[in-house]
Design a protein around this ligand. Sequence first.
Ligand code: SF4
Length: 339
Amino acid sequence: MLKNIYQVHPDILSAEIAKEFKSYRAKQVLDWLYKKFIYDPLDMSNLPKELKDWLIKHYNSNLPEIDLKLVSSDGTVKYRLKLNDGALIEMVIIPEDNKRTLCVSSQVGCSRNCSFCATAKMKLKRNLEVYEILGQIILASRELTPDRLTNIVFMGMGEPMDNLDNLIQSLIQLQSETGLSFSPRRITVSTCGVIPGIRKLADLGIKTKLAVSLNSAINVKRTNLMPVNAAYPLPDLKQSLLYFRRKTNFRITFEYILIPDVNMDAADLKALAAYVNDISCKVNIIPYNPSPGSPWRAPSQEEIEQFMSKAMIVKQAVTLRKSRGKDISGACGQLVAKV
Ligand code: SF4
């Protein structure tokens, strides 16, 4: 089977082309793939026929297809993508002021079973390949043209650290100067707290911001909300985050989903403050977005305001994240690849 053209690091692709054609031809191909987001060789109008034929003979250029597009009243756009084997994933583009953020999926479904997450109900079907991860960025870039994507967050379907090799390869290609040339300061990988992945990113010197879905700083409570905490409990998670911070100097963001009657009382806040106060970080508060069949309701505006006013005891930057795309089930924790 032919390798997908986005599965190949641009430097390697460039070297392969330069073996057969003049080297400026390699740059032309990379420009089509990574600057103009054109991946069908037949559409690369300044290439000679021999090079188009050579590309078709050696590489597959199929990307996921946009199967469904839903536009929220707040401008958020959710896409359902069909992969080559028929599997479905979702990506979300969130425009805000001068920012255009893409929320990328890393797996079809997820095995981590977080109790507040709609994706968890799908279970894990499979990991995404590098070209399927990068393909979301290429498709989103085409959709946004003439504007550009400004930020990428690995917060879509799946736990990125459970698809670690492909995540790392995607990050390398994403940041490559000959590829998409995306600044690591504009990329965030979000994890439920998979410690080996956090440590490996740090050890390999992979540059990315890190977000950790925390949701409770009380160990037993967090295990009930997020089974991953049984394998990687809060104290060990903290050590891995301090390690990541020391090795990379990238700031960590804790995500805290506010769920009424679950993690919003004084003891929860006290534990949160104690957990985050000695690590350079920010805390993002996200009001819970219920999905069908969810056991919990969304917090009221008054409950959110009360929590935020008491959150002063957290000696870090605490921000309230505006929920986006709720009316199209595109908000945090709502992605399930069906409508
Ligand atoms: S929150 Fe993330 S890690 Fe947890 S089940 Fe959902 S997709 Fe998986």
